[in-house]
Design a protein around this ligand. Structure first.
Ligand SMILES: Cc1ncc(COP(=O)(O)O)c(C=O)c1O
Length: 434
């Protein structure tokens, strides 16, 4: 829930990465996203330690959808991690960060012809085909470019992880991929193998996000391997890689109990190895963690602008951000933990933390437990590193906050705060059509 460097001093001041929240707020303004370098590094190393123990060693592709900017891509490149992108924009960010293109997986249920061509020209490691139409388009594009497109087929294994419906993707009734049912997956393989400019490298199945149990990950691997074994017997096709996506849960509140990623991954790898027939090499395991790398590394610092008690007794705290910088509570009732900077956590009271946006639904935390809070205080919301900045908007024409990285008492901006000029940068002046 807290970044690994979180601490409070004797005056209850909160420090992240050796830097006080007050200093960060005064230096960069609020609202402010802050990312803790040590936490991201620790999470990457946890995954890497498991991947290194595998035979053959596994490979990680961080899911850029959780949080991506040029500096993040540079950081991942330095860690020798790959990147999962889902759009031309994410791909362009990687290109600008001089990312190793062979370490890119290109996802998404809609990829435009231009995006596919760009990805192939850059030489991405894998294109994950999501539909028959897309397979044909990738083949046609690769033919034009006189190359073989490295392809994974995205499968939906029919595994329903116990997570919010909006972030569940493994069930058959999904907009993503080919269902492993009624021969839909068999047909996809037949088509892929029949196309002259497709090099089928393996399969992908991401079953959802914020998953706490180990079993769905293992069942996913078993289901994929069952299919692979059948393909081997029927067609002598054996995949180089199997990609189980991301989805590893994180702690947003004390009640959340994230899985031990090392144990999960080694169990998954064990499944791959024990189900591999003699004479074949177990497919290389690919993973795409997003949330589990950045969520708990991130905090958002808000300034309190008003407090009020309404008839019925509810105590509102209004802050200078909200659904524009964190849409998750409004989108799928995501729950967060917060603390007041500079105040003891010994005696807490119920508050409703409201955002500044003109929607009654812009409530950041409906049932927060906070120290007595006043206008001018800084409120720190924890666990905001994933799917916050990435999903941010300019609703109400509010500029997006800056993103600062902190490490060992130092801070630096990764993303500048948007200005009013930025907001208007794409606007054109009014002109009469007549
Ligand atoms: C294909 C794919 N891979 C990886 C991820 C990352 O999931 P998470 O952030 O839960 O690790 C997602 C999330 O939606 C996804 O759709």
């Amino acid at each position: 829930m807290f970044p690994v460097t979180y601490r409070r001093d004797e005056h209850h001041q909160i420090f992240i990465g050796g830097t006080s929240v007050k200093d960060l707020a005064e230096t960069y303004g609020t609202p402010l996203y802050v990312l803790d370098y040590a936490t991201m590094l620790q999470r990457i190393r946890q995954f890497q330690s498991a991947l290194d123990k595998m035979h053959p060693p596994g490979e990680a592709f961080y899911a850029g959808k959780a949080f991506l900017c040029t500096a993040m891509a540079g950081f991942l490149n330095e860690q020798r991690w790959g990147l999962d992108v889902v759009s031309g924009g994410e791909l362009y960010t990687a290109v600008k960060a001089k990312f190793d293109m062979a370490k890119i997986v290109f996802h998404g249920n809609v990829k435009t012809p231009e995006e596919i061509e760009t990805a192939l020209r850059y030489g991405v490691g894998y294109v994950v085909a999501d539909s028959l139409d897309e397979l044909l388009l990738v083949n046609e594009t690769a033919r034009r470019l006189d190359m073989q497109a490295p392809v994974l087929l995205r499968l939906t294994p029919g595994i329903e992880a116990h997570t919010h419906a909006f972030i569940r993707t493994g069930q058959f009734d999904s907009k993503f991929g080919f269902a492993m049912k009624d021969g839909i997956h068999d047909e996809a393989v037949s088509v892929a193998l029949s196309l002259s400019h497709i090099k089928l490298k393996g399969f992908h199945a991401h079953i959802g996000s914020q998953i706490f149990e180990e079993d769905p990950f293992v069942h996913n691997a078993q289901k994929l391997m069952g299919f692979v074994l059948r393909l081997w017997e029927q067609r002598e096709f054996w995949p180089e890689v199997l990609d189980i996506g991301g989805g590893f849960g994180v702690q947003y509140t004390p009640g959340d109990d994230p899985p031990d990623v090392e144990r999960v991954l080694l169990k998954v790898n064990q499944t791959l190895r024990t189900m591999t027939p003699s004479g074949c090499q177990a497919p290389k395991l690919l993973i795409e963690p997003g949330r589990s790398i950045v969520a708990e590394a991130g905090i958002t610092i808000y300034r309190v602008h008003a407090t009020k008690v309404v008839p019925g007794g509810r105590h509102y705290v209004a802050v200078d951000g909200g659904m524009g910088d964190n849409i998750r509570p409004a989108l799928y009732q995501a729950v967060y933990t917060a603390q007041v900077d500079g105040k003891s956590v010994e005696r807490l009271f119920p508050y409703t933390v409201a955002g500044r946006y003109c929607e009654s639904g812009d409530i950041l935390i409906p049932n927060a437990s906070l120290a007595p809070i006043e206008t001018g205080d800084y409120l720190v919301v924890f666990g905001t590193g994933a799917y916050n900045y990435a999903m941010s908007s300019n609703y109400n024409r509010v500029p997006r906050p800056a993103v600062a990285l902190v490490s060992e008492g130092q801070s630096k901006l990764w993303v500048k705060r948007e200005t009013y000029q930025d907001l208007l940068s794409q606007d054109l002046p009014w002109q009469n059509l007549g």
